[in-house]
Design a protein around this ligand. Structure first.
Ligand code: APR
Ligand code: ZN
Length: 362
């Protein structure tokens, strides 16, 4: 089968023939239909997230189960599935307490590039290839653990639902689960890429009173308005915290979907006393925050979340229902699509800010 392989940071991905082992134990073989191109993959290409190379990236895949390993109990051939970015074991204390997005198994798999069952199933000649985020979905097929694959309804388009594996769940979940926004409350969202725009949609579904979106590109802000933002702020022309306070007196929640320490400070400064700031973006390694203790005396909270603190088996099918009902119009995020051979062009478009979300379609 064909896969896009990254051999070294800051080099183009190489689309080439690789081999994939049969699914073992609790693993399934998935024929991919489409995979989203996320900024986190770009962080690996740029060397900001160290993972063992060579690696097959891609962690927003969706497809159809072709084969199930001997110990699989939750899936069968023919099932339509969304693949998750964050693996959870289902057994550790965080999983047992309903917080699977904080399962440490995710970090182990990321650092080792292996599948949760141990080892790698991808090879190029005699060399083993890492599975990024337990998925490796920039390939025609993927072997994944059954807990990485969430069964969804058959009528949802597999060309787009891969976005529920990362960007959309992260943004929607950041607003609804991690911030915990309730009807009538005020939220400001910094960064209007796939993640931030999903937070805008999540806040809208939750019945936010005012949604304010911040970015530096007008076309991203236009999209934010289309998806439900009541006000937009272009950070290259205005001072975002000052404008948020003028508009609202201070937001109840701020979500940072960029990973920039200066923007995190702006997000905290946008809050009313007692407001909550949620960090979602991945900051460059070694980043440090410089904070004023007074903000915390004034009751502000600073927290963060991975994959929107979702419970995948409950939230992913629910979000897919909202999509099918028109409440989460994620099709609007998909502004481009490429074949696997065009994957380097897709990353170039992401880096230049030309695309909101691109899909690789197989
Ligand atoms: N102020 C306002 N907006 C900014 C700024 C800034 N200083 N810097 C960048 N932006 C905007 C960009 O214009 C872009 O629209 O932030 C947005 C980031 O979007 P994407 O690059 O598409 O990233 P996305 O895939 O949405 O991921 C966001 O979350 O999961 C993490 O690793 C991911 O760090 C990344 C973040
Ligand atoms: Zn992602």
């Amino acid at each position: 089968m064909k896969a896009a392989v990254l051999y070294e940071p800051n080099t183009p991905l190489r689309v080439e023939e690789v081999s994939l082992d049969e699914p073992q134990d609790q693993e399934v073989l998935v024929k991919l239909v489409a995979t989203g191109v996320c900024h986190t993959d770009l962080h690996v290409i740029k060397g900001d997230i160290p993972v063992p190379m060579p690696v097959v990236l891609g962690h927003e895949g969706a497809g159809i189960v072709e084969k199930a390993g001997p110990c699989v109990t939750t899936l069968q051939p023919g099932d339509h599935v969304v693949l998750l970015a964050v693996f959870s074991c289902g057994k550790c204390p965080n999983c047992a307490m309903g917080k699977p997005s904080l399962c440490p198994a995710f970090v182990t798999s990321l650092i080792t590039g292996t599948l949760p069952g141990g080892g790698k199933r991808l090879h190029e000649d005699k060399q083993e290839l890492s599975h990024f985020f337990t998925q490796a979905a920039f390939a025609e097929y993927a072997v994944v653990h059954e807990r990485t694959a969430i069964k969804i309804r058959d009528d949802a388009p597999l060309e787009t639902v891969g976005l529920f594996g990362c960007a959309v769940s992260t943004g929607v979940g950041a607003a609804i689960n991690a911030a915990g926004i309730k009807a009538g409350e005020i939220i400001v969202i910094y960064g209007c890429g796939g993640v931030g725009l999903s937070a805008v949609m999540g806040a809208k579904v939750a019945g936010a009173g005012k949604i304010i979106a911040v970015d530096m590109l007008d076309r991203k802000l236009e999209m934010a308005k289309e998806l439900g933002a009541d006000y937009v702020i272009n950070a290259s022309r205005e001072n975002p915290p000052q404008r948020v306070v003028e508009l609202t007196g201070g937001a109840d929640y701020a979500i940072e979907c960029i990973g920039n320490v200066d923007v995190i400070a702006q997000a905290l400064a946008s809050l009313r006393f007692g407001g909550k700031c949620v960090l979602v973006g991945t900051s460059p390694p070694g980043s440090m925050l410089s904070l004023s203790p007074s903000d915390f005396v004034l009751g502000k909270t600073l927290t963060g979340c991975l994959q929107g603190s979702i419970v995948p088996s409950v939230d992913v099918p629910r979000y897919v229902d909202w999509y099918m009902e028109g409440k989460l119009p994620i099709d609007k995020l998909v502004t481009r699509s490429y074949s696997l051979d065009g994957i380097n062009d897709a990353f170039e478009a992401l880096e230049k800010g030309e695309a909101i979300r691109s899909m690789i379609r197989f």
